[in-house]
Design a protein around this ligand. Structure first.
Ligand SMILES: [Zn+2]
Length: 285
């Protein structure tokens, strides 16, 4: 009677090797081989020389599959990225990586790679109109300003290079527009249409109005008070230079030049009586 347990498998090495060879001859790779990993491993251990040739063949087949798949996709296309039709005359197949990779190139596109950017006169006209109506260079050319962009940056630059007469027209406009836009960003209109500067503008104006000769902490106090006063509407931006002294007086009250005397300081020029001993009312009641 047989002992219980797994029946040991008897590998058919010759049959498996034949299957693998046939699979590879048909262009397959080991990954898709009909012989299982277990029996392949046994073959690898028993026939190392043959296994080396199998690996080589499988690898070559794998590269060929990748290349052919890519080539089929490539050849299935009828037009290039820019819409030129692929014909015998307009396309060429180039070999890359020693034959491992093929690329199909459009000759119409390749001819343009080294040339200067082409631009349409409508785009240039639109850019001039935009500049006259207050748009900045970036607003007219940058992809960040999708709503107002009318021409590509290098195209407009090329147009200005081709037609130097454009430069003295466009450049001052762009400088002005950028300055205007910057100012508009620094300031903002309030709901009532009243000019309301941002906190940054106020702070800089106050900083400029208060002299730098003051003690640092005193000056900080004055600037802070004035800033709050402007934001609360108690102080106008035009009055900063005239009225900073008022705020300086407040600050001086906080940082007096002569500090309050100690209670234990002598009350008189002669004698040991301290100031606190002279106080009779108000302290203890
Ligand atoms: Zn093309």
């Amino acid at each position: 009677m047989r002992k219980p347990g797994r029946v040991p498998s008897v590998p058919d090495h010759d049959g498996n090797a034949e299957k693998i060879t046939a699979h590879l001859e048909a262009g397959g790779v080991l990954r898709t081989c009909p012989v299982s990993q277990h029996f392949r491993d046994l073959l690898r251990d028993t026939r190392p020389q043959w296994w080396a040739s199998v690996l080589k063949k499988s690898n070559a087949n794998r590269i060929a599959i990748v290349r052919n798949t890519h080539r089929d996709k490539m050849m299935a296309r009828t037009h290039c990225m820019n819409g030129h039709r692929y014909t015998e005359e307009t396309s060429v197949i180039r070999v890359r990586r020693g034959g491992a990779h093929l690329v199909r190139r459009c000759l119409l596109c390749e001819r343009k790679y080294g040339s200067t950017p082409a631009y349409q006169m409508e785009g240039v006209k639109a850019a001039i109109e935009g500049a006259k109506s207050g748009r900045t260079f970036a607003e007219l050319t940058s992809y960040r300003h999708n709503a107002t962009r009318v021409i590509r940056r290098n195209q407009l630059l090329q147009a200005m290079e081709d037609k130097p007469a454009l430069v003295p027209i466009l450049r001052p406009l762009f400088v002005r527009n950028r300055a205007t836009k910057h100012k508009a960003q620094m300031q903002r209109l309030s709901k009532g249409g009243i000019f309301a500067p941002t906190s940054d503008v106020v702070f800089r104006a106050v900083e400029a109005a208060v002299p730098h000769t003051l003690l640092f902490q005193v000056r900080q106090e004055i600037v802070g008070d004035m800033f709050v006063a402007v934001m609360e509407g108690r102080l106008g931006l035009d009055d900063l230079g005239k009225r900073w002294q008022e705020f300086a007086r407040n600050a001086n009250r906080m940082f007096p030049k002569y500090a309050l005397p100690s209670f234990y300081a002598p009350a008189f020029r002669e004698g040991d009586t301290s100031l606190i001993e002279t106080i009779s009312d108000g302290l203890w009641t």
